[in-house]
Design a protein around this ligand. Structure first.
Ligand code: HEM
Length: 409
């Protein structure tokens, strides 16, 4: 069945445009020059009625900081039947959720799981280190963040595949039906079916914790209170849904981008090996340069808005910010195309900005730093395996499919 995009709500139209049309024009392996071209052309792209993209840092910051002008309470084609919490909730309701959630993902909370995260990273490295090669995307990047998530949620190891399957049904529907790349209805079908399974899965987990309380994040969601009130079952399910799609792939994708970069830039890799203390700033710089989450959630204009560049966005238009563009805008980074691990002023917005800034940034940073640290202490010299030099960056969040690395074992 043909789908007329103009019949869809603007945010869904914008989401489909990013997922299906942009990949046709943006070179996915190296989108940076495309971002710069968009910035040079004024930083605003309006490809169809009701859909706009901002690429410059100034316009993106303006949209992110003006939550009263640009609402995140938009429909998104992600198989969910209710708004995702807290992503699709505007202030003041939004801050109620962040009050509950922020302490659970604060740096101190991450200190407590550091050893567990390190052990999980090493468990995977143990499995392939003697082989001298690995499909890094499949055997490390995809599994490690999902395994950390298991620990946080109090789920046993045998749930790893189930969790990854649920994630894939929403974020990689092409793994279930190749038609989704050309047929939006096929995409919706896979996502909607998976969505139902996600609700059922977490419902079961929550029932178990209501019967026998545990000491994990799911249990905290049940017992947490703000202003004396607990969250309803649906609110908790909507949180869990978002965690599954926001907390796994983002880190996996960042890992594949970072290791692809390091495998092809031996001088940068050597800096990490020679001085591991540089890893935190290397992670920030690679997040800036790669911007694994290239675009934000479409935000819908609540009224006609005049942007700082004088352009008018009409009420109801879905505006999508490009984090990738903002992170290399020459107005912020004079040497935008130089990847520098010793950069001291790095105000990148790879984790977003404004009230919806990433809740999991401390967790993500911890996972990325630990992965880089453990890997380089155990496998300091590596590169792309011969015959696997051509890197494939599929559409979606920026990631490398089947990144295959090799080293002397
Ligand atoms: C390197 C990895 C990650 C990147 C690059 C990333 C990036 C982002 C970005 C750009 C946003 C803002 C979206 C928007 O409003 O346009 C966001 C929001 C969010 N992220 Fe992350 N993220 C990462 C990891 C994680 C992890 C591990 C979690 C798990 C806890 C997580 C949970 C969330 C949540 C819950 C939100 C919504 C926050 C809100 O609406 O208040 N993220 N993330």
């Amino acid at each position: 069945m043909d789908l007329d995009p103009m019949q869809l709500p603007p945010a869904i139209r914008a989401g489909l445009y990013s997922q299906m049309e942009l990949p046709k024009t943006v070179p996915l392996a190296c989108p940076q020059q495309h971002y710069i071209d968009q910035i040079s052309a004024g930083g605003l792209l309006c490809p169809m009625d009701g859909v706009a993209f901002t690429f410059s840092r100034e316009l993106t910051d303006f949209v992110l900081r003006s939550h009263e002008l640009f609402s995140s309470a938009s429909d998104m084609p992600l198989g969910n039947v209710r708004p995702l919490i807290p992503l699709n909730i505007d202030p003041p309701q939004h801050s109620k959720y962040r009050k509950i959630l922020d302490p659970l993902f604060a740096p101190k909370a991450m200190d407590r799981i550091e050893d567990d995260v390190r052990a999980r990273a090493n468990k995977f490295i143990d499995e392939f280190i003697d082989r001298g090669e690995v499909n890094f995307s499949e055997e490390f990047a995809e599994k490690f963040p999902s395994a950390v998530f298991l620990g946080l949620m109090g789920l046993p190891w045998d749930q790893l595949e189930t969790l990854m399957g649920l994630r894939d049904g929403i974020l990689h529907p092409e793994r279930f039906d190749p038609q989704v790349t050309v047929d939006p209805m096929a995409r919706f079908t896979v996502m909607n079916e998976t969505g139902q399974r996600i609700y059922a899965y977490f419902n079961e987990q929550l029932d178990a914790r209501e019967a026998i309380p545990t000491d994990d994040i799911l249990n905290h969601f049940i017992t947490a209170q703000v202003d004396g009130e607990r969250m309803s079952r649906n609110e908790i399910l909507d949180l869990c849904y978002l965690f599954l799609i926001a907390g796994l792939d983002t880190v996996s994708d960042s890992l594949t981008c970072m290791f692809a970069y390091l495998a092809t830039h031996p001088e940068h890799r050597a800096q990490i090996v020679d001085d591991p203390a540089i890893i935190p700033s290397a992670v920030e710089e690679l997040l800036r340069w790669e911007s694994p989450v290239p675009y934000g959630v479409p935000r819908v204009a609540t009224r006609d808005v005049v942007l700082p560049n004088g352009a008018t966005i009409t009420e109801g238009t879905a505006v999508t910010v490009s984090y990738g563009g903002a992170n290399i805008d020459p107005s912020e980074y004079a040497d935008w195309d130089t990847v520098r691990f010793d950069r001291d002023a790095n105000r990148h917005i790879a984790f977003g900005g404004g009230v919806h800034r990433c809740l999991g940034s401390h967790l993500a940073r911890r996972e990325l730093r630990i992965a880089l640290g453990e890997w380089h202490s155990r496998i300091p010299v590596y590169g792309l395996k011969a015959g696997h030099e051509q890197l494939e960056f599929p559409p979606g969040l920026r990631h490398v499919k089947d990144l295959t690395l090799a080293w002397d074992s």
